[in-house]
Ligand binder design. Structure first.
Ligand code: PLP
Length: 389
């Protein structure tokens, strides 16, 4: 037998384990130090009441013979897909129920969607970015072409001459917090149409966009239904990181190599996936109700305020950064020419603050550190006070 040798091409991922190890060792040596973690990529606020109420009702239903549910449709219950369809209609995007697939989160589908593409495809991935895009393609043996995201292009790489078959776009971006505007996304859609390519648009942070002029969905760009798949998640929108629910949009108009990608994805999901739990889907449905939306928006406003507090402090200190406006992430340029890990050590030892070294997200991340707004207002203010003292 043979194993998948592509795995040996994966870089050892030591970013978060190394961050945790350094923090642990520092705390053990300095037990009096009150460490503030601005490295958290996870929400810190609990699920909102509308979601809890809906899930509680669903739990009761599961306990009664008349309302018990077993296997549901692999692509999700109609009630949740209907709620998402309405949510998109509010963005000016018309979808049919068959184009919406409920997932157990964006991460799974970011990896799984590759099932429907040939391993001969050339893949374009921004650098720095969410590491799952590169790693899942390396596992399959695809050729990855990195697109430089740096201060010169505002961390938003634009299409060039080179051909790609699959293009990853993450907007608002993890880790830089940069967000594409309509003209920039139009250029990508035009490129994808001209190159017969498919855009995999990761909208995991769309709920953080705070300007009606900025696209929250790739389908707000004309022609995107012919060249893009959108992956989204309730993790950051509604605190579902532990509850697990997301959705993937595969338009019916997306036909490549004489094949309907919608039909292929349906076939893939009905073969390899058995759906998201009923209780979770009822909770997800509640996110899209007026109460649920209002409650979730309150949490997002809280994180946004934390980001604003950090941004104001960095402005005062004259530190360069990107993000923090339409994103929970602040991409801070390390001062005094320090590398990501050198500044990580300074933040930890002098300010008792933990960040995530930017170099862990790609070569262009060197010299940056990612700080997040996922914390309490109190901790955020405390961290900022330490830095500005
Ligand atoms: N996409 C991006 C860009 C992310 O940053 C994350 C998580 O941090 C995910 C997807 C994963 O989301 P989910 O929790 O829905 O799997």
């Amino acid at each position: 037998m043979q194993v998948n040798r592509n795995f040996s091409n994966l870089a050892t991922s030591y970013l978060f384990t190394e961050v945790a190890r350094k923090q642990r060792e520092y705390s053990a040596a300095h037990p009096e130090a009150e460490i503030i973690r601005l490295s958290i990529g996870d929400v810190t606020r609990p699920l909102v009441p509308a979601v809890i109420d809906a899930m509680t009702r669903a739990v009761a239903e599961m306990g009664k013979a008349e309302t018990f549910r077993g296997y549901g449709d692999e692509q999700g219950y109609g009630f949740l897909r209907e709620a998402i369809k309405k949510y998109y209609a509010g963005k000016g995007v018309a979808l049919t129920l068959e184009e919406i697939f409920i997932s157990d989160g964006a991460k799974s589908d970011v990896g799984n969607i590759l099932n429907i593409f040939s391993t001969d495809n050339i893949v374009a991935v921004p650098d720095p970015v969410y590491p799952v895009y590169v790693d899942t393609n390396i596992m399959d043996g695809r050729k990855v072409m990195l697109l430089d995201a740096n201060a010169e292009n505002g961390f938003l790489p634009m299409p060039g001459e080179e051909h790609a078959d699959i293009i990853y776009i993450c907007s608002p971006n993890n880790p830089t917090g940069a967000v594409y505007n309509k003209e920039q996304l139009t250029a990508w859609v035009d490129y994808a149409l001209a190159h017969d390519a498919v855009i995999l648009f990761d909208a995991a942070y769309e709920a953080f966009i705070n300007d009606a002029a900025l696209p929250t969905s790739i389908y707000q760009i004309p022609g995107a239904e012919k060249c893009a798949i959108e992956l989204c998640s309730l993790s950051k929108t509604a605190g579902f990181t532990g509850t697990r629910c997301g959705y993937t949009i595969v338009p019916k108009a997306l036909v490549k190599d004489d094949a309907s990608l919608n039909a292929m994805w349906l076939r893939r999901q009905t073969t390899k996936f058995n759906g998201v739990p009923y209780i979770v889907q009822r909770g997800a449905e509640a996110v899209f109700t007026p109460e649920g939306m209002a409650e979730c928006k309150e949490n997002i406003a809280h994180y946004r305020e934390n980001a604003k507090v950090m941004g104001a402090a960095f402005d005062k200190l004259g530190l360069r950064y990107c993000g923090g406006v339409h994103s929970p992430y602040i991409w801070l340029h390390c001062p005094d020419g320090m590398t990501s890990w050198e500044y990580f050590d300074v933040l930890l030892s002098e300010y008792h603050i933990v960040g995530t070294p930017g170099s862990g997200f790609g070569k262009n991340g060197e010299g940056y550190i990612r700080l997040t707004a996922f914390n309490t207002a109190e901790n955020t203010k405390k961290a900022v006070e330490r830095l500005t003292k």
